[in-house]
Design a protein around this ligand. Structure first.
Ligand code: ATP
Ligand code: MG
Ligand code: FE
Length: 346
């Protein structure tokens, strides 16, 4: 079956075509980053309006690239939450309109389930069960994943997300938005050992994280730097990246030890970070386990992961393909564990 999937939870509009048996056929993506840069972060109203502008041209592009038309589509999927309400409504209403007018089933997908399953779009592909480290702009969680829809939260951040720690630290260094990629680029030229930054909760027995104290420490160091000392700034960027990565690696290893599992899946935008990828791959090799990553371009938000998650649900028999919803809701706040086994959001 061909699934047409939509993502519009934040500042990326994504549309993708997935064949439930053959995998990803095509995906089209537009990032609004440039538009929001001027404001130093995402402006919700602007985001919604831009999704409206982009979503239909992207749909045409994805279908054309796949060599298909709407007539070939067997099910429609969309991100139902979590995210910005107005932004979510754009993808949800377009998806539902297509489903309704074409008499197709529609599948509401949890955005984090999309991130979580995206490493299964790469090779090698992890088998269940595995531990997932979900590190994005809004979330930092460790999950035990026993199958599609079978998610147990092991630990999460008590304050800022890892992506937020990157973004906020970068902002303090005047690096613009989104800060993660910019900070890690600058860090390449820096010496991480020059600054001693805290590693919050590094040795705590739980699997939780805390990053807000790190941001404060970065602020204090930043204020102490001589104006225009670019090398010092690069050193601070390297130290910041090191501190975040070290905590993420240590807690992931702890989660593997506590669950007795050997497979670690990394998902979400921070999964694009090179140092994190290197350190995790290294540690897992030493532990005789394996680390799995999404394709680099599918770490941040995209439609492929949404269409793919829907295809996985279809294949697992978790979707009532005969049901037709005439209404839809979005869930700006929504726990992944609750999304697990539910048949459908109507
Ligand atoms: P959520 O998925 O929690 O709703 P989101 O969709 O905004 O949040 P993603 O798109 O998964 O998050 O990821 C965006 C985040 O990833 C940003 O915080 C960004 O700075 C970070 N990021 C992207 N690339 C890198 C990188 N190379 N190094 C560090 N962080 C990165
Ligand atoms: Mg984004
Ligand atoms: Fe995301």
């Amino acid at each position: 079956m061909i699934v047409l999937g939509f993502e519009s939870s934040c500042d990326e509009t994504g549309v993708a075509v997935v064949d439930a048996d053959r995998g990803l056929l095509a995906h089209a993506l537009y990032s609004q980053i440039e538009m929001h840069q001027e404001y130093g972060g995402v402006v919700p109203e602007l985001a919604s309006r831009d999704h409206v502008r982009r979503i239909l041209p992207l749909t045409r592009q994805a279908l054309t690239d796949a060599g298909l038309t709407l007539d070939d589509v067997g099910a429609v999927a969309y991100t139902a939450g979590p995210g910005l309400a107005g932004a979510l409504l754009v993808g949800a209403s377009v998806a539902q309109a297509i489903a309704w007018s074409r008499d197709l089933p529609s599948i509401a997908i949890h955005h984090l389930e999309g991130h979580l399953l995206s490493p299964l779009l790469a090779t090698p592909r992890p088998d269940f069960p595995f531990v997932a480290l979900l590190v994005s702009g809004g979330h930092t969680q460790l999950m035990r994943v026993d199958g599609v829809g079978d998610y147990t939260l092991l630990g999460e951040t008590l304050d800022d997300a890892a992506g937020e720690a990157f973004d906020k630290s970068a902002k303090l260094m005047g690096l613009g938005y989104p800060g993660g990629p910019a900070l890690s680029r600058l860090a390449e030229q820096g010496d991480a050992s020059r600054f001693d930054l805290p590693r919050p909760k590094l040795h705590s027995p739980d699997l939780d994280f805390s990053f807000s104290g790190l941001k404060t420490a970065v602020l204090i160091k930043m204020k102490s730097l001589p104006e225009g000392d670019e090398q010092a700034k690069a050193d601070l960027a390297a130290a910041t990246q090191n501190a975040i990565v070290e905590v993420l690696v240590a807690k992931s290893v702890k989660a593997l030890q506590q669950t007795g599992l050997k497979r670690l899946v990394i998902a979400g935008g921070v999964g694009a970070n090179r140092l994190l990828r290197e350190r995790l791959a290294e540690r897992l090799t030493r532990l005789r386990g394996q680390a799995y990553f999404p394709p680099l371009e599918l770490c941040t938000d995209n439609g492929a992961m949404i269409a793919f998650a829907a295809a996985m649900r279809l294949k697992a028999g978790m979707v009532d393909v005969d049901s037709r919803n005439t209404a839809f809701t979005v869930k700006p706040r929504w726990n992944l564990e609750d999304a697990g086994k539910r048949p459908e959001v109507a």
